[in-house]
Design a protein around this ligand. Structure first.
Ligand SMILES: NC(=O)c1ccc[n+]([C@@H]2O[C@H](COP(=O)([O-])OP(=O)(O)OC[C@H]3O[C@@H](n4cnc5c(N)ncnc54)[C@H](OP(=O)(O)O)[C@@H]3O)[C@@H](O)[C@H]2O)c1
Length: 383
């Protein structure tokens, strides 16, 4: 299910807080960083906040630069990004700054909260507000699906608060984090934290990948991407990144008229890349998964919790070597495979690597939105 690219954006104190406990909003960033945030907003299709932030900060969430708004219009976009609020209760203040400013707004709420939200906002017919119930409780996947499929959102900027950031990271739905680390210490245990407790993908040992840092005034902007694979059948944002990498590796294979070009990456549960490989890497008979697995010690304990990403479903039968890749994966102890493309009948009729893996106790996740990338280096074999 395609979702928008989800960017979590926040300013945070040195001790991990988003705010203090006082009635006034704590300004963690300075003018240069507010301008950077304005630029990120202008690049986004939508900006999302939780109802807690609406109540605490009463934000407008606008693109403040007239030049950036003009550039959006010139590019055929709306002047302002869609503004999105999430409220389970539907208990929203119609006098808040959020409603009369900017362009269209959508409120995601629970089935129970929807009548309350409609009653609260019913007196604002001119403000372009849609209220969308997403089930008995807030279902973040339903929110993202609606934003993508119905509102056409491809880049979603999430501006807090802590409860919203925590849930999106915990559910593996954040593609990227942009954190501005401010040079102050809050020191109040009851102040809102950036991320709360709970089980995050990969557990406490997972390390995100640093994309870059830069000083913006007196804050440091840090950009990270989550790397820890999901567990089970639900794909997380990191699964998408790793599968995209496998598809890139497929494009690097030496060309062949007699075998597919495939890329594979093996990733530990904490997000550490264990190995990668591609077809015909060193020998014309090499398969991608086999090349990657050959680089990992057979007794590596991380294999049991690892995920294999393969641009093409691992093979169930092959003529070039005795053991097919699906069997190699099971023998290595890996129990999760993410792939883009089921094997067609080009070389082997009725190959069912996914079936072999599932029969061996592995979970197979197919993300068909990557099929085009996976098939691109193999077009000549499919016509
Ligand atoms: N430093 C920064 O960059 C930054 C940015 C934004 C906010 N903040 C700070 O963050 C604080 C607010 O954070 P917060 O954690 O209290 O609030 P929040 O995350 O903004 O919003 C939480 C609210 O969202 C709704 N919600 C979210 N997930 C839900 C779910 N699964 N089910 C039902 N409802 C759900 C609920 O609304 P209902 O109560 O209506 O049900 C909930 O109370 C403020 O102090 C603000 O200043 C700081």
């Amino acid at each position: 299910m395609p979702y928008p690219h989800v960017l979590l954006s926040a300013a945070v104190s040195l001790d991990g807080y988003l705010d203090d406990t006082g009635p006034e909003r704590l300004l963690l960033s300075g003018p240069a960083d507010f301008d950077r945030v304005d630029e990120v907003r202008a690049e986004s299709d939508a900006i999302l906040v939780g109802a807690g932030t609406l109540r605490a900060d009463n934000p407008r969430l606008l693109v403040n630069s007239a030049e950036r708004r003009a550039a959006r219009l010139a590019a055929g976009r709306s002047e302002y990004p869609l503004k999105v609020a999430v409220s389970g209760s539907g208990d929203l203040d119609p006098a808040a700054n959020f409603w009369p400013t900017g362009g269209e707004k959508v409120v995601y709420t629970s089935d129970g909260g929807a009548p309350r939200a409609r009653a609260a906002l019913g007196g604002l017919p001119d403000h372009g507000i849609e209220v969308v119930p997403v089930g008995p409780e807030i279902d973040w996947r339903a929110v993202l699906t609606h934003l993508h499929d119905v509102r056409g959102v491809r880049r979603l900027m999430v501006e807090g608060g802590g409860r919203v950031h925590t849930q999106l990271l915990r559910e593996g739905l954040a593609d990227e984090l942009q954190l501005a680390l401010a040079p102050l210490v809050v020191g109040e245990p009851d102040a809102p934290r950036l991320f709360g407790p709970g089980g995050y993908p990969g557990g406490p040992r997972n390390r995100m990948r640093l994309l870059g840092t830069r000083a913006v005034g007196d804050v440091v902007l840090m950009r990270y991407v989550p790397t820890a694979p999901g567990s089970g059948t639900a794909a997380v944002a990191a699964d998408h990144r790793w599968l995209a990498l496998a598809c890139e590796l497929a494009a690097a294979c030496p060309p062949s008229r007699t075998a597919f070009s495939v890329g594979a990456v093996v990733v530990a549960a904490d997000g550490t890349e264990l190995a990668r490989g591609h077809s015909r890497e060193t020998d014309p008979a090499d398969h991608a998964e086999e090349a990657a697995l050959a680089r990992i010690a057979a007794d590596d304990p991380r294999l049991a919790g690892a995920t294999v990403y393969s641009s093409l479903e691992p093979c169930a039968r092959r003529s070039s070597r005795p053991t097919p890749c699906a069997r190699l994966i099971l023998d290595a102890g890996v129990r999760r495979v993410v792939t883009a493309w089921r094997e067609p009948d080009t070389f082997v009729t009725g190959a069912d690597g996914s079936g072999l893996l599932a029969a061996g106790g592995a979970c197979v996740v197919v993300l068909p939105e990557y099929e085009e990338r996976a098939t691109a280096p193999n077009r000549h074999l499919l016509d």
